[in-house]
Design a protein around this ligand. Structure first.
Ligand code: WT7
Length: 642
């Protein structure tokens, strides 16, 4: 069996077989690209993307804003579909594996996908959607998610996808920010054999907003009636299968995707058309060594940026095949992922460390049952991967044959930015690698001065900024400026800590702001605290993230009630309240009812002290507290509850 890696000394490098098939095998690319990054990206833009007319200026920077391929004209859906139709219309673009085992896997060719996208673009147009309008999409992992997103890009409308596990309230906030008139959703989806009722949440979320029509995909056979609702598939059938794509400027907005920051409200990250297309195309191709015949499975949900860029757009921009799966990783049993890989000959698997850690706990027989020989590249993303999980992934899933590409990036960056390339390596556990060719990151101290190699500091990006980077925060330029450009002015502030090792590879050490990564999901301490504090019984509260063996981190909640005592029942109700406000992904994993929280004289809650108590370290800085006695009280509560 082909091995794509070899061990040299302590580390893994690409084998000769890997070098044979690798797009990039010569390290010189880094130096060449960095000599003139703008020229490098211009070359990639010309080669990878079909433009209607070329840009006037490749890169314009006036911080905090910068634009790529200014004046260039293109349509995104042409790049994902039209250009493949002629020669490989019958090639499979999308493989969809539904959760119910009795349902068949659906395969859509490029031609079929094109046809559906054109039809849905006409459906949207009939409903009055125009270039620049926002369309909200609240869908699970089903083909209609891709169809509706691509239809938006064909019209030049901005899609705003909301994660299907988010609550009605979270959906509402996102609809209101974008003022969407159309919401695309489904009557439900399958999860662990059950029908999840998505429509109830969709209806509630859309109530009282700008949404005029809700287009519903019939997934679980619910009856939907009312003048506000349209049936996705009957509308599709009625519509014309041709749609002349709207030619857009490179700098026009392609989509908005909300993510959490350090304040109570999520921010709508704006991505533009040309720069994102170029970035998504090339990072998919180079990072996963994606070849035309390859089948890529990125397990991320479309509600996240990883789903946008690597489950949908990257593989299609490359004319390859992407696989998506509706269900969870452990239904009907924890062998399902490996069965899917075997049945569909998946070549690239891209997933999150949390999933890997979950599978590590499961009986190995569920993996051994299946042949995973088709795999060539394994990717991880979203949170730091520890050495154990890395080795397990390499050996148990990759059979010790496949490189692990640990990609660092963010919702804001649109695509991956720091990782080892498959044909170059090295592949080292916990180390992401080098910045993508043509991109530069450095490590600085609080004052923005570059620190010495090996020292931990703040990870920042240096101009020219990557083409896929955000274009702003939707309707909130002040927050954009403050979040990313205030601390270091000329550098993009990632809010991650990192250091550079002797070989020049970057090791990410984690967020340095009040943002948690729970099972790879990005959760804001402030947003979660706000949601909890909105329960009438809660006086004050504090969220403290602590390490977790599977999820990486989990939030622990401390609550001071306005009156009365805490109880198991109240705990349940508070969890329910979080589900309603944000969704189950944000649930605190434990709740402690306390009389008071440790505070400074100015009233600041000292979460640091709570954290020390939780992880059984001696808390420091008690002298600054206005209420030091509370520390003993909380210690006792923790003792009695564990
Ligand atoms: C944050 C961004 C990247 C798309 C999915 C998550 C953390 C991401 C890694 C990695 C260590 C990582 C960072 C980053 N992160 N990738 N390979 N190693 N940490 O996007 O939800 O916007 O989260 O995820 O802390 O800032 P996101």
């Amino acid at each position: 069996m082909t091995s794509y890696i070899v061990k040299k000394g302590e580390h893994y490098y690409p084998s000769d077989e890997m070098k044979k098939i690798a797009w990039i095998k010569d390290e010189k690319i880094y130096n060449q690209a960095n000599k003139n990054p703008v020229k490098f990206w211009e070359g990639l833009a010309k080669e990878g993307i079909e433009w209607k007319s070329e840009w006037k200026k490749a890169y314009v920077e006036k911080l905090p804003y910068f634009e790529w391929f200014k004046g260039g004209k293109l349509n995104f859906s042409i790049n994902c579909l039209d250009r493949w139709i002629k020669d490989k219309g019958n090639k499979i673009a999308l493989i969809w594996v539904p959760e119910p085992v009795k349902e068949k896997t659906i395969k859509l060719t490029y031609k079929e996908l094109y046809d559906k996208v054109c039809r849905f673009a006409n459906v949207l147009k009939k409903q009055g959607v125009k270039k620049g309008d926002v369309v909200s999409i609240y869908l699970p992992m089903i083909p209609e998610a891709l169809i509706s997103m691509l239809a938006c890009t064909r019209i030049g409308a901005i899609h705003s996808v909301v994660f299907s596990a988010f609550s009605a309230d979270a959906l509402k906030a996102r609809i209101e920010d974008g003022k969407a008139k159309i919401l695309v959703t489904s009557d439900g989806y399958y999860r662990k054999g059950e029908k999840e009722d998505l429509l109830a949440k969709a209806k509630q979320g859309a109530r009282g907003t700008t949404v005029k029509k809700i287009i519903v995909v019939n997934r679980v056979g619910k009856k939907v009636s009312g003048s506000k609702f349209l049936d996705f598939n009957s509308e599709l059938k009625k519509a014309d299968n041709k749609y002349e794509p709207e030619i857009m400027n490179s700098e026009d907005i392609l989509f908005v995707l909300y993510t959490s920051g350090t304040t109570g409200t999520p921010k709508g990250i704006i991505h533009d058309t040309g720069g994102y297309a170029v970035h998504a195309y090339w990072t998919t191709k180079y990072n996963f060594n994606l070849r035309e015949k390859d089948i890529m499975w990125c397990t991320a949900d479309v509600g996240w940026i990883t789903g946008h860029t690597y489950a949908f757009y990257g593989p299609l921009l490359n004319g390859s095949t992407t696989l998506i799966y509706e269900g969870g990783p452990d239904f009907p049993d924890p062998g399902i992922w490996w069965k899917i890989i075997q049945d569909n000959n998946v070549n690239v698997l891209y997933t999150a460390p949390t999933a890997i850690r979950m599978f590590m706990k499961v009986d190995e027989k569920y993996i051994k049952k299946y042949k995973l020989d088709s795999l060539k590249i394994l990717g991880t993303v979203g949170e730091p991967i520890d050495e154990d999980a890395w080795n397990w992934y390499l050996n148990k899933i990759g059979g010790g044959r496949c490189p692990i590409i640990d990609t660092w990036w963010q919702t804001e960056t649109g695509g991956a930015l720091i990782n080892a390339l498959p044909g170059i390596g090295p592949f080292i556990p916990t180390i992401a690698g080098k910045s993508f060719p043509g991109i530069k990151h450095i490590i600085v101290n609080e004052k923005g001065k570059e620190v010495k190699q090996g020292k931990i500091g703040e990870l920042v990006q240096v101009s020219p900024f990557a083409p896929g980077m955000l274009h702003g925060i939707y309707k909130n330029p002040k927050r954009y400026l403050k979040t990313y450009w205030k601390r270091f002015k000329k550098y993009y502030d990632t809010s991650d800590g990192a250091y550079i090792d002797k070989q020049g590879n970057i090791r990410i050490t984690g967020r340095t702001d009040d943002v948690m990564k729970v099972a790879g999901h990005r959760i804001s301490t402030a947003e979660l605290e706000n949601a909890i504090a909105s329960d009438k019984r809660v006086g004050e509260c504090a969220i403290v993230p602590i390490p977790d063996k599977i999820k990486g981190e989990v939030p622990i909640l401390f609550v001071v009630l306005k009156k009365g005592e805490g109880s198991v029942e109240l705990e349940k109700q508070l969890i329910k309240h979080v589900d309603k406000k944000l969704g189950p992904t944000s649930r605190p994993s434990k709740i402690y009812f306390v009389k008071d929280l440790p505070k400074t004289r100015s009233g600041k809650i000292m979460r640091r002290i709570l954290k020390a108590l939780l992880i059984k370290e001696e808390p420091k800085g008690l002298m600054t507290l206005v209420n030091p006695k509370v520390v003993e009280e909380i210690k006792n509560i923790l003792k009695s509850k564990i």
